[in-house]
Design a protein around this ligand. Sequence first.
Ligand code: B4P
Length: 193
Amino acid sequence: MRIVLLGAPGSGKGTQAVKLKIELGLAHISTGDLLRAAVKAGTPLGLKAKAVMDAGQLVSNDLVLSMLEERLMQRDVANGFILDGYPRNLAQCEALEELLDRIRQPLDIAVKLNVPNEVIVARCEIRYKAEGRADDKPQTVRERLRVYTEQTAPVADHFAELGHLVVVDGVGELDEVFKRILGALRSSRAAVA
Ligand code: B4P
């Protein structure tokens, strides 16, 4: 199965993707994690990405696409994947569709986690206090939410037009949200079968 996880920053995409990876035996590809690893390793890509990420903006489409393309060529992806944090704008959406066509791995479904902004700001503040991630500062989270509304929300509309989108309530205990996602995946498979 090939899944795209959508939702605002801090909506729980990464958290739920880790659980889905274990449950469904899929590769977990998080562009945020790949970028943070590049920043940590001090690669040329990481050096370019750091300031952009810390400001709550999106890293350039070209840089993220080349990194994603490299990851999608790895062997574990052949059994299916959960793509977490990509695509984040319509240009990335188009690039993804072309790339997946080329490697003959078309998407099955996009799952969007719905979480109100005030819940997101509160979650990220907790993580900021615990981990000190620069982009979790309350004012940066607000900027990320602005970028999300402007650039990423239309991506969900695009998947909805294709009939590939399911929307899941992302508020509640982790296991509760996880059960809702599994339920949505099962119903969509039933709808396809
Ligand atoms: P990401 O790494 O994608 O980060 P995110 O939006 O914060 O995360 P996510 O929705 O996965 O939330 P999480 O589970 O962590 O992006 C970081 C940055 O990288 C972007 O701002 C951008 O600069 C760059 N980037 C990434 N992809 C890009 C792309 N394609 N193009 C350009 N730039 C890109 O959850 C957040 C917190 O909530 C955690 O602390 C978690 O413990 C908590 N939480 C989760 N679920 C909860 C629940 N049900 N209840 C209570 N707390 C919960």
